[in-house]
Design a protein around this ligand. Structure first.
Ligand SMILES: [Zn+2]
Length: 342
């Protein structure tokens, strides 16, 4: 029995604008239990949903004889990781929410909270064996678009905790409205929710972004919407490259699994835009679409290295054999509330 061999467990939670994912992880990286619930399902608020999911997960773990050691939590928005406070997350309706202390006192556990993209970036490089001592952009592409900025080997948080809000760089002034209140943001074209919404607004009937990506060769509408997404992302990255001079861009999140239709097209568009310097190396995350939940795990599982992370990815992938309809990393941080859907 895994439970008897590894009674000490960690609880990890990835809170997104669409779903809340929670897992119970053994000290060897094996996933012992998992839950995915809509963020705005039966419960009246996102916090009530989080507590409902965690009541079940913690209850099950303790009934199974596991000993939860600590809880890691990823949240979108602007997050003060030191204080464990989500200072602002419009898509969750949160402002100055002391999430770590709320959860810590309810479950009698140490709790660490961090921003989803930054936690995923830290996990990415633990999975690759070393944190870079150079300049790197980690870009989760999911429901929304975000970035973690690594500058000279340091994860930048910014003056207000909102460094890396790539999704809300305006690339088409006066363009599509974004839920953040601006118009023409990267996320309004390249977020998975936006891609699906724009495709359907044009008369398309796809159920998922994967379907749209696969339809590109024969479907003009799919090609147009996808090209708009790649173009918006390329323009956003163009600005980030000019300012930060990264040597490597790592694409994460569910959309990063789309293959050459994304990576090749993005590289080609950046080559057209960047007349004065080469395009940085572009790679796909080793965490596939699981950056958020693995990032949350690694906030508290300090000893996890490549082996445990490989085990985590293996167990997570068991039920995710293809690009998910709702990508797993909720990269867009400011305004990505989407219709609730399982
Ligand atoms: Zn925006």
């Amino acid at each position: 029995m895994i439970a008897a061999d590894h009674p000490d467990v960690y609880i990890a939670v990835d809170i997104g604008g669409t779903t809340i994912k929670a897992i119970t992880v053994g000290g060897n990286g094996r996933i012992l239990a998992r839950r995915v619930e809509p963020t705005f399902g039966h419960a009246s608020t996102a916090l009530a949903s989080v507590l409902s999911v965690l009541d079940d997960v913690l209850g099950d773990a303790r009934r199974a004889g596991h000993r939860p050691q600590a809880m890691g939590v990823c949240a979108p928005g602007t997050v003060d990781a030191e204080r464990g406070v989500v200072t602002f997350a419009a898509n969750l309706g949160w402002q100055d929410l002391s999430l770590a202390s709320t959860l810590s006192s309810r479950y009698a556990l140490p709790v660490r909270v961090d921003h989803d993209a930054r936690a995923a970036a830290s996990a990415e490089f633990r999975g690759r064996g070393a944190f870079p001592n150079s300049d790197v952009l980690f870009v989760p592409l999911g429901t929304g678009v975000s970035a973690a900025v690594i500058s000279a080997g340091t994860l930048a948080r910014g003056a207000t905790g909102s460094a890396g809000e790539l999704g809300h760089v305006i690339v088409r002034p006066g363009g599509e409205p974004c839920l953040c209140g601006q118009s023409g943001c990267v996320e309004a074209y390249a977020g998975a929710t936006s891609i699906l919404r724009r495709y359907r607004a044009g008369g398309g009937t796809a159920e998922s972004v994967q379907e749209i990506a696969e339809g590109i060769p024969d479907d003009d509408l799919a090609a147009t919407v996808w090209n708009d997404a790649v173009d918006a992302l390329a323009h956003g990255l163009h600005g980030a490259i000019a300012v930060l001079d990264p040597g490597l861009i790592v694409l994460g999140g569910g959309l990063s699994q789309a293959g050459d239709v994304l990576v090749g097209a993005l590289r080609a568009r950046l080559q057209e835009l960047l007349t004065w310097r080469p395009v940085p190396e572009i790679a796909v995350s080793v965490l596939a679409s699981f950056g958020g939940i693995i990032g949350a795990t690694l906030l508290v599982a300090d000893h996890f290295a490549e082996d445990e992370i490989r085990t985590l990815i293996h167990d997570l992938a068991d039920e995710h054999t293809s690009l998910p309809v709702q990508p797993s990393v909720d990269g867009g941080s400011i305004g990505t509330r989407t219709p609730t859907r399982r």
